[in-house]
Design a protein around this ligand. Sequence first.
Ligand code: PLP
Length: 356
Amino acid sequence: MPRPINAVVHPDAIKHNLELVRSKAPESRVWAVVKANAYGHGIERIYRALAGADGIALLDLDEAIRVRECGWKKPVLLLEGVFTTSDVKVADEHALTVAVHCDEQRELIVAAKPKKPIDIYLKMNSGMNRLGFTPEHFRAAWQRSSASTGIGDIALMSHFANADEGDVDWQLDQFDEATRGIPGPRSLSNSAASLWHPRAHRDWIRPGIVLYGGSPTGQAKDIRDVPLRSSMTLSSQIIGVQTMRAGDTVGYARTYKADAEMRIGVVACGYADGYPRHAPTGTPIAVDGVMTRTVGRVSMDMLTVDLTPCPNAGIGSKVELWGEQVKIDDVASSSGTIGYELMCALARRVPVTASQ
Ligand SMILES: *Cc1c(COP(=O)(O)O)cnc(C)c1O
């Protein structure tokens, strides 16, 4: 018997979420963002859910090839573009669209002499200050690109720094000003802007986290009104039960002390499975469908839960670490992180299957 932990991913939930985000931006085409192996879900496992997208966006060349091997004929976008001449050859062979965020990348494409011109997403740094040409240099970058052999269609892209909490206008205005009169489709909106900033929708939106039912802000309350479905369930079982007396402590560093007699359950899930070690006492978790809380430190292979709300629970009881009942965003925010990180950090040793 393997340990009783497992994760189930739900392609139908992703399909539902994709339709939902499309309905929020009905005029736009949709790049489904599946970087980091579909936010930890496994590209092949959820591939069938993406049929309704207009394109697939990701970062790793090997993931782009895997998407083509799945049979995807529509566009594939490399969000960080290419790093070497041989990357350009792969992009050429698999008809990938590539971001170009600096002149070095444009030169790589030209130098590789692709057989078919490579379509590019020319990226503006409109205030995020990670990748892209500044607004002042953007027009010249576009001119050099459009005059370059080996470069095909040029789309214009940028990325928002705080579409989730603040406004996007300060970046959008710069973008619009610097791109005025330049032809080509525009793509700006991540999940947060897709949900909350219609002015930024433009020609192609690029939702990621909402496809997986996560909140762009990391706070479940912010998507309470958006009927997204959770696309990953992490489950395990109770493998041990202890009755603590008043004053007893549980786990490393003895961080939780019982006030009175209580039962605790030991769950086969720890930080080596991808559960956040920083989850403090009180992090939500469900046992046999009853919401309760973790108590004490998370160890490598186990964590402990308060069984007070579920007196009938015992060895073999089913535990939901996150999923439909326990919001991944609530586990994340309790642990000082965001749902994105928990999905991506699901450990290799956890067996994963797809529902249906
Ligand atoms: C990851 C990423 C996205 C998707 O972001 P979400 O917040 O997950 O929607 C969109 N655009 C770019 C350039 C990205 O890197």
